[in-house]
Design a protein around this ligand. Sequence first.
Ligand SMILES: *Cc1c(COP(=O)(O)O)cnc(C)c1O
Length: 469
Amino acid sequence: MTHQPVSDSSVPDWRRIDRDALWHPFTQMAEYEREDPPPPIIVSAEGNWLIAQDGTRYLDVNCGYWALALGCRPESVERAVKAQIDRFSHSTLLGISHEPALRLAERLTKLAGAPLNHVFFNDSGSEAVEAALKMAYQYQVHSGHPERCEFLGLGEAYHGDTLGAVAVGGVELFHTTFKPLLFKVQRVPPPHCYRCPWNLKPESCALECAQAVEQAIAERAPTLAALIIEPFVLGPGGIIPQPKNYLERVVRAARKQGVTVIFDEVAVGMCRLGSVFAFEQLDDPKRERVPDIVCLAKGLTAGLLPLSAVLVNAEIYRAFLGTYADRRTFYHGHTFTGSALGCAAALAALDILADEEFLRQLRENTIPALWRMLEPLRAHAHVGNIRGRGLMAALEIVKTRGAPDEPYPGEQRLGHRVVLAARKRGVNMRAIGDLILAVPPLTITQSEIDLFGRVLRESLDEATGISPF
Ligand SMILES: *Cc1c(COP(=O)(O)O)cnc(C)c1O
């Protein structure tokens, strides 16, 4: 494919159309319109690189917002989608079945292992969370406990943007406006070692963050349907990794009280942390802490098509069985539930993602290489914290380091200035406030990591006003 120069009059004025017709998500459009240089308009892609209308190439270290697990153009996944189009693109799972959904259900349940033996499909991570919440509550109804109608979630949790997902979310900036519309959720502060809500130090604390969840469960269990948690790392709420043993403790506490455990693995699943499912990394040799419900999306199709999956354990699934007259049916689903094209993409993605050699490479080479690149940046005068796990990392920039570190005033948009500086240097990044995200495709190469590291340092220096000389 050749790239047309911008001046060619046969090329539509995409900039004007972008301003006049398109409303971008999570974007203040009045500021977006004024951005200088203007944001790139992507027209094609190659490997881990996006190619803009003017021919500029960008290494995409945000990989389509964490979805393009295998880079922008995974050949075998593209081939599988094209082959599926030649058979059929869409049918429904309401009352009849289809082959790609059956193959994927079998593959996912085999990979997850007992007792996670059924899959419910949706189209996005938010929808997976909605389905999980409704299932968890309806399960309590069928178990004779309709009074168990509350959920327990963490502060800074992010579970999506539909109203149920917003209700269990805990990101103030995104969620406060909608408070009057939301159902009640019990919330415990997150285990945030860099900005500990209990003002404790990880070296000397007694995991007061886990104690708080244990206590909330002990007190509220009679009215709790489920605990919903992003395992190991709270993602969009700030890439907040959980201290060792935290997750094991909170799952154990929920188990003890009959509180259903929902793992939102939308971000951390599909190998982001080095295993197909994040829950495989629990210290759980007897498989006593396998979550009851697991939500997957983002990387599930390697990011080529929207598809999400909710894995459910045998006990919950059985509680929904009966006759229509018994009123145990799960009255939930979407037109495109179990999209045939999405399932075909996911199967091809899993051929790579679940391959032992691919996982070994990821764990032994790619993940350590990313952290080796990040490590020296800890000494940067404006980097307050570097945190994460697997191929999910972030750098928090601060005005001055000290005890405690002092953030930049929000209106200076330092994080975004780093993003703009990186864009000039051919790297597409994303920031949440002053948190610079490093969530690259799992296929990122050593030389691409080196480039990312060099651009990251130069961009930090430029945005924070440090002269490189
Ligand atoms: C992205 C994300 C979601 C929402 O998924 P969508 O596909 O954007 O609806 C939910 N939970 C987590 C942890 C996520 O990262």
